[in-house]
Design a protein. Structure first.
Length: 171
């Protein structure tokens, strides 16, 4: 394993620990997409570094990335269903549970397993590590969008003023 691959893996693991720890605590449902966007930018930078000079396997890379990001979206949608969303004193809240955390870990492992299955030792070896943070950004964004939609429906059903801002705390 190259040093850059190890670095990408360590960054991915740190992001996973950070996100899972936040998911398990009761927190206001956020409407901003700041964290997923930051992760996406970091992920694109990492992926660009990996792909620099890679021109011979462009279609294989594109197919592998599309498959990986579709898995990310699917896991985000499934995980969103495990998050409890409720209204308390006019504020919409959300909290994941052990199943949410388990699905984060499974999602992480599936991404790396998919990478290995697609081209674990061939010319695209390392693509999974290089795209890991982008994968986490996509799966987190999809989960957050679905939870935001649920929070809006719940708050509307409980006659919460939709103009009441959802409090946002920067981590």
């Amino acid at each position: 394993m190259k040093a850059s691959e190890l670095t990408n893996l360590v960054i991915g693991l740190l992001v996973l620990v950070y996100v899972v720890s936040k998911q398990l605590r009761a927190r206001p449902a956020k409407t901003d997409m700041r964290v997923p966007v930051i992760l996406a930018v970091i992920g694109i930078i990492q992926l660009t570094g990996f792909l620099r000079g890679e021109t011979h396997h462009a279609s294989e890379v594109a197919a592998a990335l599309i498959g990986s990001l579709l898995l990310a979206a699917a896991f985000g949608a499934v995980r969103a269903a495990t998050v409890h969303v409720w209204v308390d004193n006019g504020q919409t809240w959300r909290q994941g549970n052990w199943l949410t955390a388990a699905l984060w870990i499974v999602s992480f492992a599936v991404h790396l397993g998919y990478d290995y299955a697609v081209d674990g030792r061939g010319p695209l070896s390392g693509l999974g590590n290089a795209s890991l943070v982008l994968y986490l950004a996509i799966t987190y964004a999809v989960q957050r969008l679905i939870i935001q939609s649920r929070a809006q429906r719940i708050s509307s059903a409980q006659h919460v003023d939709p103009e009441t801002p959802i409090s946002v705390r920067w981590p």
